[in-house]
Every structure is written in structure tokens, then in C-alpha cells.
Design a protein around this ligand. Structure first.
Ligand code: NAD
Ligand code: IPM
Ligand code: MN
Length: 336
């Protein structure tokens, strides 16, 4: 039996994850749910955001479902909940973060490099008080994420936009060089274009329907994926899959712990539920069930929208609507 590691985390994390677990338990799939302490909750309980036992269980799992981490409660502390998330991504080497954004004529995919760049470069404080973070990339790090993006572009429209800041940054010049070389040598049939991150951000806001697959480094991807979520209806809707070359992926919504609405029942679990669909597709080899979950979520968005998308349903009522709309493929229907 495959274990699905469930890391609720903080704020609305547990609230949205619970809906994904309810839906997963209703599906005809042979999985065991393991709930594990993570983030601020794990700092409170065990003194660290990614306890060894949680990491070990994630490594053994078929997929990791993650709510969200962080919140004002842990700000200024010796160790932040977010450090646990970054460590988990690094340990599992999930370098390819897929962040789809779809809505009324928009169907784009942000492919974000997830384990390099500013987030993981040298950092510190010099004697004169200067504080620094550094953006670092090796050619191999760029090559593997670029290859993943070319492969994804091949399954879609055959077009790839690589986003950088090559007019200013050395790492971006390396990025552009490696992506161009890979395109020329291995993917000549893919139409590759390059864009500078600032103007791409503007164009994404004004003409999101013109985009398909975009690939970029870690920090640019963090920011542009929130922009992409914004133009498709908000952070509550956006999902992600973080994948390596082997081992389990991490499936988590793009949003954070939303401390402003935590505990009020207002959280939209769509991003989490769509991340469950990505887990079924990329982690549990159940693409048909992934499609069923997506369709049920779309139906629930019509029938029982949460306040962020103009409705009044609570998080749990939205989960109820998804479960009511869920139709599993006939050949797999015996388990219900
Ligand atoms: P956030 O994504 O938590 O919230 C931004 C805004 O979007 C808030 O107004 C919030 O109410 C709203 N929102 C987010 N998700 C929603 C949902 N599912 N339904 C309805 N509304 C939703 O970003 P923030 O406020 O900048 O960050 C809060 C904390 O979350 C910080 O500690 C940050 O580090 C952390 N964070 C964690 C993750 C993660 O765990 N992957 C991602 C982003 C931010
Ligand atoms: C995200 C989040 C994280 C990131 C934080 C919480 C470390 O914003 O998943 O987008 O910046 O990667
Ligand atoms: Mn983010």
C-alpha cells in the first residue's frame, strides 16, 4: 500500500488539507494517510519545523500533501517554519515546481526552479553590518529544469518562454545560454522565446491568455506564480506539484497560511484539492482519478463558492460539494 504523507502545517493549512484527505479517502485508491508534524506546529511540538521523523516518513511515501506553513506567531523566532519547507524541498530534491493557472481562456504553466538561486545561495552578515543573500546557479541546475520545461512544452503547444533578467544578472546570462543551447541541440522543434522578467510580469497581467509554458529561476517563479494565480481568480485557486527525478513529489497549494482568515472557515480549499489532483496524476499514477477530482472541484466552484470567489460556502461545505460531485471512472467504481 502506498503511504501519502500529509503535512498540515499552520494557519489555514490544516483546514484545506483536511478537505483533500476527505476526498482522497472517498476515492478507490489503495493509500494509507500518515499525518505528520511540520512547520510552526512542529516547532511548538518538537522544537524544529522539519523533524527527522517527518522527513523520514516523507522519503518513504508515494506523495507528500502539504497545507501551508508560517504565521506571525513564529516571526522573530530562532527558526522559522518556512525553513522547514525549504529544507524538505532540498532534501527531496524536487527541483521542478509546476504551477498551472487556468481560467476562462487562460491556460498557462509556470515551471519554477525550486532548489537553487537566492533561496539557497550563500548568505550572511559582514563585519560592517551589510547583510547579503546571493543568487547562484550551476549549469547543471539550469539544464535539468530547462529540460523538464521543454518536455512539458512538447506535451502542450510546443512553445516555451524562458524568463530571466539577462540584461543585468550573471546568473540570468548563464540561464539564457544554457536554455538556448539545450533548445538548439535537443528540442529544435520547440519554439523557444526569451523574456525579461519585468516586462513579462506586466504582460502577464495584461494578456495572460497569450501564455503557455514559462520557465524561470526560483525567486522570479515565486513572484510570477502569484501573479498568474491573481489573473485566474486568486490565490485560493492555485495548485502546485514539486517534482524531482525520482522519489516522492510535494503537492501543495501556491498560497500561504493566510493568518488573516485562519480559523474562520473562509479558506478556499481549491488550490489544495487541485494539488491533490496533481498528486494523483504525478505521484500516484491515477490520471483518471485526477480528472475526476478536477471536474468535481469545478462543479463545487459553481455550486458552493467560498467568499474569496464571491460566495458564502465554508471550507467544509466546499469539501462537501466536491464529494457530492465526485464521479469516479466506471472501471474503478467498485471501491466506493
Ligand atoms: P498568503 O498566501 O497566506 O495570503 C495572502 C492573501 O490571500 C490573504 O489575504 C489570504 O487571506 C488570501 N488567501 C490565501 N489563501 C487563501 C485561500 N485558500 N482561500 C482564501 N483566501 C486565501 O500569503 P501571506 O499573507 O503573504 O503569508 C502568510 C504566511 O504564509 C507567511 O508566514 C508566509 O511565509 C507563509 N507562506 C507559506 C507558503 C507555503 O507554505 N507554501 C506559501 C506562501 C506564504
Ligand atoms: C511558495 C512560498 C514559499 C516560497 C515560502 C513560504 C518559503 O511563498 O511556496 O510560493 O517562497 O517558495
Ligand atoms: Mn510564494
Amino acid at each position: 500500500m502506498t503511504v501519502v504523507a500529509c503535512l498540515p502545517g499552520d494557519g489555514i493549512g490544516p483546514e484545506v488539507l483536511e478537505q483533500a484527505v476527505r476526498v482522497l479517502e472517498q476515492l478507490p485508491v489503495d493509500v494509507e494517510i500518515a499525518r505528520l508534524p511540520f512547520g510552526g506546529a512542529a516547532i511548538d511540538e518538537l522544537g524544529e519545523p522539519l523533524p527527522d521523523s517527518t522527513l523520514a516518513a516523507c522519503r518513504e511515501s508515494g506523495a507528500v500533501l502539504l497545507g501551508a506553513v508560517g504565521g506571525p506567531r513564529w516571526e522573530g523566532g530562532a527558526i522559522r517554519p518556512e525553513a522547514g519547507l525549504l529544507a524538505l524541498r532540498k532534501h527531496l530534491d524536487v527541483y521542478a515546481n509546476l504551477r498551472p493557472a487556468t481560467h476562462a481562456g487562460i491556460d498557462l504553466l509556470v515551471v519554477r526552479e525550486l532548489v537553487g538561486g537566492l533561496y539557497f545561495g550563500a548568505r550572511g552578515t559582514r563585519a560592517d553590518g551589510t547583510v547579503f543573500d546571493t543568487c547562484e546557479y550551476t549549469p547543471a541546475q539550469v539544464e535539468r529544469i530547462a529540460r523538464r520545461a521543454f518536455e512539458l512544452a512538447r506535451t502542450r503547444s510546443g512553445k516555451l518562454l524562458s524568463v530571466d533578467k539577462a540584461n543585468v544578472l550573471e546568473t540570468s546570462r548563464l540561464w539564457r545560454e544554457v536554455v538556448t543551447w539545450l533548445g538548439r541541440t535537443e528540442y529544435p522543434e520547440i519554439e523557444l522565446r526569451h523574456g525579461l522578467v519585468d516586462s513579462v510580469a506586466m504582460w502577464l497581467v495584461m494578456h495572460p491568455e497569450e501564455f503557455d509554458v514559462l520557465v524561470m529561476e526560483n525567486t522570479f517563479g515565486d513572484i510570477l506564480s502569484d501573479v498568474a494565480a491573481g489573473v485566474t481568480g486568486g490565490l485560493g485557486l492555485a495548485s502546485s506539484a514539486s517534482l524531482g527525478d525520482s522519489g516522492p513529489g510535494i503537492f501543495e497549494p501556491v498560497h500561504g497560511s493566510a493568518p488573516d482568515i485562519a480559523g474562520t472557515g473562509k479558506a478556499n480549499p481549491t488550490g489544495m484539492l487541485r494539488s491533490l489532483a496533481l498528486a494523483l496524476e504525478h505521484g500516484l499514477n491515477e490520471p483518471a482519478l485526477a480528472q475526476s477530482v478536477r471536474a468535481a472541484v469545478d462543479a463545487a466552484l459553481e455550486k458552493a463558492p467560498t467568499p474569496d470567489v464571491g460566495g458564502t460556502a465554508t471550507t467544509r461545505e466546499f469539501g462537501d460539494a466536491v464529494m457530492a460531485a465526485l464521479e469516479v471512472p466506471v472501471e474503478r467504481g467498485g471501491g466506493l
